[in-house]
Design a protein around this ligand. Structure first.
Ligand SMILES: [Zn+2]
Length: 284
């Protein structure tokens, strides 16, 4: 599950990301409205991945904001994903249950169990899923002025995905960064672009922010943010060196040693595929 959030702008609420399923989005909406006693004014999709947009139908009564690119990719890809999952969902669930029963590595077993929970929720959501696209698109910046606080939605291009947006609440020194930030977890770099990602974080670092809400996992501070930047820089430096020295991608991935500061981070098993992916991006 990812992180979604809401901000009380004064006249009403802004929802940032709508979760993986309408069921989860219903819970989010209900919690936000109950806690604040206010109505939803806007929803935002940080990027195109299903775990941030598939609850959109719960917010179809308000403007849903994203970049043009994010909307376009959701439109092109989500119907196909839904059709595929309707066809294969139950078989896939059964195969993952069998795999988990036979898995002896505790970390892999834990990941499989999380996946099984996710697939179960997805299969349930397919029974009442309605395709709901963003309705208000912005290219780079959108500012929402309300009586209690100002909300900035900023995009500097891609990074984690083809187009990543963040929500900045400058008065509170808070950002909701979507998947541009991961704390204590190896970055999910396979679908994005490491150079663009690094550039996006450099732009984000120009703002005076104390609290960073990532797309998944625990909230971080400035120190966590700096480690994220360093991780990207170090990964890019390593992969650039491997490309320049003519080391094959497979060797670069298998020979990679975890950075000291990231040695205990989660999702270690994703690192070789990330290194391979960044290597291929830089080689182009
Ligand atoms: Zn994502």
């Amino acid at each position: 599950m990812g992180n979604s959030g809401f901000a009380d702008l004064g006249e009403g609420l802004l929802i940032f990301d709508t979760f993986l399923t309408p069921q989860a989005a219903e819970d989010l909406r209900s919690a936000a409205e109950t806690i604040t006693g206010k109505q939803i004014l806007y929803a935002v999709n940080s990027h195109e991945h299903g775990d941030h947009v598939r609850g959109n139908q719960v917010f179809s009564d308000v403007p849903i904001i994203s970049t043009d690119k994010t909307r376009k990719i959701i439109k092109e890809s989500l119907s196909g994903q839904i059709a595929q999952q309707k066809q294969d969902g139950e078989t896939f669930l059964a195969s993952m249950k069998e795999k988990s029963a036979n898995e002896t590595d505790p970390q892999k077993k834990k990941r499989l169990e999380l996946l099984i929970g996710t697939i179960t929720e997805i299969n349930e959501s397919l029974l009442h899923f309605k395709m709901t696209l963003p309705t208000v698109c912005c290219e780079n910046d959108l500012v929402i002025h309300c009586s209690k606080r100002k909300a900035l939605i900023k995009t500097w291009g891609g990074g984690h995905s083809k187009s990543d947006s963040v929500l900045l609440l400058p008065d509170d020194k808070i950002t909701f960064a979507g998947n541009l930030l991961f704390f204590d977890t190896h970055l999910a770099l396979v679908h994005g672009n490491a150079v663009e990602w690094s550039r996006s974080l450099n732009e984000l670092s120009k703002y005076d922010i104390e609290t960073h809400v990532p797309g998944h996992g625990p909230i971080g501070n400035e120190h966590h943010f700096e480690l994220n930047q360093l991780y990207l820089t170090d990964t890019l430096n390593y992969c650039n060196k491997m490309v320049k020295e003519g080391v094959p991608a497979e060797e670069a991935a298998s020979g990679f040693e975890l950075f000291d500061y990231a040695a205990e981070w989660e999702s270690k098993d994703t690192v070789p595929s990330t290194i391979w992916s960044v290597y291929e991006q830089l080689k182009k």
